[in-house]
Design a protein around this ligand. Structure first.
Ligand SMILES: Cc1cc2nc3c(=O)[nH]c(=O)nc-3n(C[C@H](O)[C@H](O)[C@H](O)COP(=O)(O)OP(=O)(O)OC[C@H]3O[C@@H](n4cnc5c(N)ncnc54)[C@H](O)[C@@H]3O)c2cc1C
Length: 445
């Protein structure tokens, strides 16, 4: 039995690594247990074998927002220069029809201060009638006046309908934004959480609504610099260490893997809610936390990578597609120099889940070909299906916080950051919050 470490963090995703980084910074003794052979959790890079070629692909295309201060500060702390690793773009949404027609285009007017940059962006956007644009502006004004708050949470579609948002506004703007931000269809999505995201992006500094697209792979962006930082400051990271049992001990907790047992004074459970439930179930005082980790539904995200000849290029780094299975297409050549590689994102539940992966890739390739007629046949494809990519962000979801009924056991993870949907930023903030709670509650170890 090893009793030398004091704080155990179970899970090496963004939440667990952020907690570890914050704790080692202040001299705490930390061990991160990660079940898999790599760090990063749902924001990781995977090695894919394609014939004789080894390819590095992210498990899904991620986007950050300018307002993600905690993540940006974390990158800085770990020595990463954000300009080297993130492609920053002022908010721009472009929607193509499946016959290559630009249906909609909204651009933040960069030389104007916030919120004029977006308000005039709406006024001059392409693809909406004057009355639709005026309705969108009235809606934005209403949100501002009400501080983006609502009295009772309800499905987002009901909220849009009660504010006369037309079918075009829904299908070109609000539905795609909701899927991108909450990974939940508008018919099921929480209005409150969607408005939180809008508020944080559209209020305050102009750069808050900037899109930050990773220009390196996700592991280089997050888990490599974080793990280097944690190890340099004396933290321990144990890969391939799935914690199978968590029990209370005299002065803390016993943690068991398949072959080892460890004792720690404090534990941060930084797994997904489903896995957290498995770990909490044998501690009677954690019944409430257990219940709150058990009632989540989940939504998938499919990423379809299509490799075209290396000189293939799309007009923009990111384009939305309307009336097709493919929702967004990212040109990885523009974004991170993976020349000719396109990443197509299909968020949330839908009929694509019924297709075999090869058929889905074929279908999406055909859709791309209609939207971008210059595309040839892809050389290869790879579908990465994250079936439980995020929790379904539905109205009035009771989510657990970071504290539990035990003063030395905490929960971290995107699902515990109650103001946001499942995001890297929510995960990072939750990890930092757990570290703060430990610092406040404990004598320095
Ligand atoms: C395809 C996809 C696209 C996404 N796009 C975006 C996006 O554009 N923008 C955005 O902000 N967010 C996005 N997200 C969401 C974002 O990736 C997650 O919100 C975030 O990574 C969650 O981090 P976490 O640390 O809370 O959980 P996780 O990443 O799930 O980390 C939990 C870790 O715990 C480990 N673990 C589980 N059980 C045990 C155990 N018993 N013992 C030890 N270790 C264990 C797991 O292996 C995992 O590494 C996306 C997610 C996916 C899947």
């Amino acid at each position: 039995m090893n009793t030398t470490q004091q704080i155990a963090i179970i899970g090496g995703g963004c939440a667990g690594l952020s907690a570890a980084a914050a704790l080692v910074e202040h001299g705490y003794s930390v061990t991160v247990f990660e079940a898999s052979s790599q760090l990063g959790g749902r924001a990781r890079t995977v090695v894919v074998q394609n014939n004789d070629l080894m390819q590095l692909l992210d498990n899904g295309q991620h986007i950050l927002l300018g307002v993600y201060d905690a993540t940006r500060a974390l990158l800085k702390k770990t020595g990463v220069n954000e300009d080297d690793v993130l492609l920053r773009q002022p908010l721009q949404i472009r929607m193509l029809s499946n016959s290559a027609k630009t249906l909609f285009s909204l651009k933040s007017i960069n030389y104007l201060p916030a919120p004029l940059n977006l308000l005039l962006g709406f006024l001059f956007c392409r693809g909406l009638s004057l009355s639709e644009r005026i309705n969108a502006l009235k809606f934005m004004r209403y949100l501002k006046q009400t501080h983006y708050e609502i009295i009772s949470d309800r499905p987002l579609i009901e909220f849009f309908n009660s504010h006369q948002q037309s079918d075009n506004l829904l299908s070109y703007l609000w539905e795609p934004l909701c899927l991108a931000a909450l990974n939940t269809p508008v018919s099921k999505a929480s209005t409150r959480i969607f408005l939180n995201v809008l508020k944080d992006s559209f209020e305050g500094k102009k750069s808050n609504s900037d899109l930050l697209i990773p220009a390196v792979d996700l592991s280089q962006l997050l888990s490599h610099p974080l793990s280097n930082y944690i190890r340099t400051k004396g933290g321990v990271i144990k890969l391939n260490h799935r914690i199978r049992a968590l029990e209370q001990a005299d002065n803390g907790f016993n943690l068991e893997t398949r072959s080892e047992k460890f004792t720690f004074s404090h534990v941060i459970v930084a797994t997904s809610p489903a896995r957290a439930g498995d770990l909490l179930q044998h501690i009677p005082q954690l019944k409430l936390a257990l219940e709150r980790t058990r009632h989540f539904d989940y939504q998938p995200i499919y990423t379809i990578y299509l490799q075209y000849p290396s000189d293939t290029r799309l007009p923009h780094a990111m384009t939305g597609l309307n009336s097709s299975l493919a929702q967004w297409v990212f040109d990885r050549g523009i974004i991170c120099n993976q020349k000719g590689l396109l990443a197509v994102v299909v968020s949330a539940e839908g009929k694509h889940q019924k297709l075999k992966q090869d058929d889905l890739a074929l279908r999406v390739a055909k859709e791309l070909n209609r939207a971008f007629p210059h595309l040839t046949k892809p050389l290869w494809h790879k579908v990465i299906a994250e079936k439980r990519a995020t929790f379904a962000c539905t109205p009035n979801l009771t989510r657990p916080g970071n504290k539990t009924a035990l003063p030395n056991l905490f929960l971290a993870g995107d699902y515990t950051y109650q103001d946001y949907p499942a995001t890297i930023e929510g995960a990072v903030r939750s990890g930092i919050k757990c570290a703060e709670l430990i610092e406040k509650s404990s004598v320095k170890l």
